[in-house]
Design a protein around this ligand. Structure first.
Ligand code: SF4
Ligand code: SF4
Length: 206
């Protein structure tokens, strides 16, 4: 029949149009600006509009999400910062676009190198977020951050991150990557226990 295709097409359009509002009605008052509403809109069952209203809403960041690297520091009992980084330079060597610069610390009296960085820079405009620096660091000193809101007005200087800007406490790392953190802590404790057992065995044999 002439015009049947047009009627079918309009019916599809009408179904889609009204379907857009179905979830708004079913989730009345909870669809926007609630964690459950965002989870529903991210699920495969969602119907209608599933746009996340960024920046008012943010989708949860998966643990393995990676953006710009950051340096971990720990604190001793006096509250002093202790860099995990030993300025070994491995991360700078493996970085594919070569966007890491490190200046080693030297003992002013002897001139010998001290295992901590005097300066540490990453050009975050060049960083390609590959995560190789974090993979290769033998001291778990550099990790990939979740912070992706880094827009600035002046990128020539603001996007060269220095040591101060790159440094974050261990507790921050534990909060954004709890599974990785706990696995590394277990490995570290196991290594320390093995070392202590080795030393105890040596002292007994002497
Ligand atoms: S972050 Fe790790 S790999 Fe890079 S210089 Fe420091 S200790 Fe070495
Ligand atoms: S994430 Fe990749 S590109 Fe960025 S600093 Fe690390 S190694 Fe270099």
């Amino acid at each position: 029949m002439d015009g049947l295709g047009i009627i079918k097409g309009l019916a599809v359009t009408a179904r889609r149009f009204f379907g857009t509002f179905k979830e708004d009605i079913l989730w009345w008052g909870k669809r926007y600006y609630t964690d459950k509403g965002i989870a529903r809109r991210m699920s495969s069952d969602v119907q209608g509009i599933f746009t996340v209203q960024y920046p008012e809403e943010r989708i949860p960041t998966p643990e393995e999400f990676r953006f710009i690297p950051f340096l971990i520091y720990e604190e001793n009992e006096n509250g002093e910062r202790l860099d995990r980084c030993t300025s070994c330079g491995i991360c700078a060597k493996v970085c594919p676009p070569q966007c890491i610069w490190i200046v080693r610390t030297n003992d002013p009296k002897t001139g010998r190198p001290v295992p901590e960085p005097a300066e540490f820079y990453i050009d975050v405009d060049i960083c390609m977020n590959c995560g190789l620096c974090a993979e290769y660091c033998p001291f778990d000193a550099i990790k990939m951050d979740h912070d992706y809101e880094l827009a600035v007005y002046e990128r020539q200087t603001n996007n060269i991150f220095n040591k101060e800007k790159l440094s974050k406490p261990l507790s921050y790392y534990a909060s954004i990557r709890p599974i990785n953190y706990s696995r590394e802590e277990q490995m570290r404790l196991a290594a320390e226990a093995a070392k202590a057992a080795r030393l105890a065995g040596k002292s007994q044999s002497n």
